[in-house]
Design a binder for this molecule. Structure first.
Ligand SMILES: Nc1ncnc2c1ncn2[C@@H]1O[C@H](COP(=O)(O)OP(=O)(O)OP(=O)(O)O)[C@@H](O)[C@H]1O
Length: 294
């Protein structure tokens, strides 16, 4: 797969009135990469996505999406993007298949030899798990089904870049699992570059090739879930018992520590457990550190 750069952001700043909400955001994503943007409420995730998709004008910095500055993106450029923001509330009387076929028509002029647009409505409905509801009116869908429709609307034009803002809110566990498979397929089979925001750390760890942690308008860490955990959370927790007495110790060198326990206590060592630092520990550590700086 080519490592074509699809998202390039350097020194992005955003100011609302007198308040700076993005100070200096730099990020990259290449073709077929899934990047998760994590951060507490108000960190600036939605603002970042809205700037990348051309919905909001930035205050400063360089931004390119598919080689184009979103502030000057034309319809042809826009047709190559997919956006899933909030729940689709218009067209409540439309039926699922009817709406997707209608919205898909917009993308037909932008079909290319490599990417056939739009996505066939029935195939798309199947891909998002709405086949049983294809003939239903939108206002009669459940919250989770409506969210699946939001996802279908976001990808009906077979986007090369997909922005997903908290895509799985309201999904039941099975729907979440199916959605994760869909995202992985879009990235792996179609080379779609995906930038998603989420508050679900398991989701980020599972889906993303790279995680960016945004705190108070700055990217404070970036890497795979494993990289971040190793770099930042650091300490594992080791628990054990000797002659019925329980012990617990935090250490960055759990393997060497456990080896030491075996050589010291031999057969009297019991109840050994090693709890690895998790992405959640990392995330909380980073967000706390950033609050202190603020
Ligand atoms: N149109 C606006 N005018 C003024 N301030 C805004 C506007 N939109 C967002 N903000 C502020 O910018 C900051 C970042 O908001 P943003 O919605 O980007 O955060 P977020 O990381 O997506 O948060 P959440 O996790 O709660 O969705 C917040 O402090 C918010 O109050």
């Amino acid at each position: 797969m080519t490592k074509e750069r699809v998202l390039e952001v350097d020194g992005l700043r955003m100011r609302y009135g007198a308040t700076d909400v993005l100070h200096d955001v730099t990020l990259r994503a290449h073709r077929g990469e899934v990047v998760a943007l994590l951060g507490p409420n108000g960190a600036g995730k939605t603002t970042t996505i809205e700037i990348l998709e051309g919905f909001r004008l930035r205050s400063a910095g360089r931004v390119e999406v598919l080689g184009v500055d979103p502030a000057h993106g034309d319809e042809k450029w826009r047709a190559r993007l997919g956006v899933v923001l909030q729940s689709w509330r218009d067209h409540a009387k439309w039926r699922v298949r009817e709406l997707l076929a209608h919205l898909g028509e917009y993308y037909a002029p932008y079909s290319t030899a490599a990417i056939q647009r739009p996505w066939d409505a029935d195939e798309l409905i199947e891909a998002v798990g709405l086949t049983e509801h294809a003939g239903q009116k939108i206002r009669t869908l459940s919250g989770g089904q409506r969210r699946r429709l939001d996802v279908a609307i976001g990808i009906v034009g077979r986007p090369e870049v997909l922005f997903l803002d908290e895509p799985t809110v309201g999904f039941d566990p099975a729907a979440r699992h199916e959605f994760h498979e869909l995202v992985q397929r879009l990235a792996a089979d179609h080379g779609t570059t995906i930038l998603l925001t989420t508050h679900d750390l398991d989701e980020a760890g599972k889906l993303a090739d790279r995680i960016l942690i945004l705190a108070a308008g700055r990217i404070v860490a970036a890497g795979t879930a494993a990289d971040l955990t190793r770099q930042i959370a650091g300490e594992d927790e080791v628990r054990w018992t000797v002659d019925g007495t329980r012990f617990v110790r935090s250490t960055t060198e759990s393997t060497a520590f456990v080896r030491g326990l075996f050589s010291q206590y031999g057969d009297s060592l019991g109840g050994l457990e090693v709890r690895r630092a998790s992405l959640e520990d990392t995330y909380l550590t980073l967000v706390r550190q950033n609050e202190v700086v603020r």
